[in-house]
Design a protein around this ligand. Structure first.
Ligand SMILES: Cc1cc2nc3c(=O)[nH]c(=O)nc-3n(C[C@H](O)[C@H](O)[C@H](O)COP(=O)(O)OP(=O)(O)OC[C@H]3O[C@@H](n4cnc5c(N)ncnc54)[C@H](O)[C@@H]3O)c2cc1C
Length: 359
């Protein structure tokens, strides 16, 4: 049996961007995804930032019905006073994430990647010039894009994600919120320690969630979410109705794992821990670095460069300042400060840096 050039584990943002770019450069790429529908059982709000549209080929020509523009942020202090933040050149996109992922999978397939659904990575043996991926086949290169609990990382003794937030989101299909042009963000250290709560007008309805620091058990997340829904129900009464669906999951927040690569293998996306420790946004880095990894592996396997694992993982974000801010945000009793200072220039400027990426 001949070896595939590249097996990618995980058909989400990182894996599909990687498979698309590697296949578009002529590699024989197989993507294995444990779910039978890549758009099912997602654990993300699915907001993407403007930059990613300009820099990731996989998103070229994204259908307009899958995205919805959000141009501002309304930031609420714990006492519910708020301030509006805008930047003229910056916006976010809410996405119909299940259908976006399905569309990305089709696009990766149309570039030549073979997307195999309902196929789970269970283990791997190293061979002289590649791997035998158990039950799937032999490959010259193996990419772990299988999320924050990466089994590829565990099987190959690469670094694993240890430091996380836990996020939960309720979706209310067909519900329209007040002021839908804003991403509504709520600071409240009791309900969302270490992160925030949020409300947005998504493509299909309202999306309402919060994320909080978890050190051990996630059992306190649902009571916190109930209290959050009650707190914001005067502004958004529909949040007290039964949600159409619930998404939840871990969000890496401790920076990129080490090592994120070894000979002929590399992790990307959440598997590599490449999520901003401050904003908890990981989709754009998963897409951008997924694409870059696909290009680099194609260059290697077609003889244009050496094994890119070490050099490409050296380009992964270090998040030095953001990890420091994360530590501060974890320990600071910040509720009173936000209640008092929300509308000051200092807080507005700092929030604009966080939300609009230092512009
Ligand atoms: C509640 C919540 C809200 C979030 N909101 C946002 C947001 O609005 N914007 C943002 O930028 N980021 C957000 N994030 C973070 C973002 O979702 C992730 O950073 C992003 O999904 C990472 O993409 P990925 O492709 O690396 O991994 P994932 O999206 O986790 O995908 C991993 C894939 O691998 C598959 N897989 C896992 N194990 C195996 C296996 N053994 N065999 C085969 N397949 C396997 C999974 O089924 C999955 O399809 C949020 C996270 C959470 C939890």
């Amino acid at each position: 049996m001949s070896a595939t050039d590249c097996i990618v584990v995980g058909a989400s943002f990182a894996g599909l961007a990687c498979a698309h770019s590697a296949a578009a450069r002529g590699l024989d790429v197989v993507v294995v995804e444990k779910k039978s529908d890549p758009g099912a059982k997602l654990h993300t709000t699915g907001i993407i930032v403007k930059d990613v549209l300009d820099s990731v080929a996989l998103l070229d020509d994204v259908p307009s019905q899958l995205i919805r523009k959000i141009s501002g942020v309304r930031l609420y202090a714990p006492n519910m006073r708020s301030v509006d933040l805008h930047h003229p050149d910056y916006y976010f996109l809410a996405t119909d994430t299940p259908n976006l992922i399905r569309w990305l999978a089709e696009k990766a397939a149309s570039s030549g990647a073979r997307v195999q659904l309902a196929r789970t990575f269970t283990g791997v043996s190293r061979q002289q010039s590649g791997f035998d991926v158990h039950g799937i086949g032999q490959t010259r290169y193996l990419i772990g894009a299988d999320g924050p609990s990466s089994n590829v990382a565990k099987a190959l003794q690469l670094g694993t994600v240890r430091d996380t937030l836990f996020g939960i989101e309720h979706e209310y299909d067909g519900v329209e919120i007040n002021d839908p042009g804003f991403l509504h963000c709520f600071i409240d250290r009791k309900l969302a320690p270490g992160y925030i709560g949020w409300v947005l007008q998504g493509v299909k309805g309202a999306q309402v969630g919060l994320a909080r620091r978890v050190r051990t058990s996630t059992s306190d997340v649902r009571p916190a979410m109930s209290a959050f829904l009650t707190k914001i129900s005067t502004l958004f009464p529909a949040v007290l109705s039964t949600p159409s669906s619930i998404r939840a999951g871990h969000i890496p927040c401790g920076g990129v794992v080490r090592p994120a690569c070894a000979d002929r293998t590399i992790l990307v996306g959440d598997a590599a821990g490449m999520v901003s420790p401050v904003t908890a946004g990981g989709i754009h880095t998963a897409l951008q670095h997924g694409q870059a990894v696909g290009h680099a592996v194609a260059d290697f396997l077609t003889g244009r460069s050496g094994d890119p694992a070490a050099t490409i993982s050296a380009t992964y974000p270090r998040y030095r300042t953001k990890r420091l801010l994360r530590r501060l945000y974890d320990v600071m009793p910040y509720d009173l400060a936000f209640n008092l200072l929300l509308r000051t220039t200092v807080v507005r400027d700092a929030a604009s840096v966080v939300y609009f990426h230092a512009r």
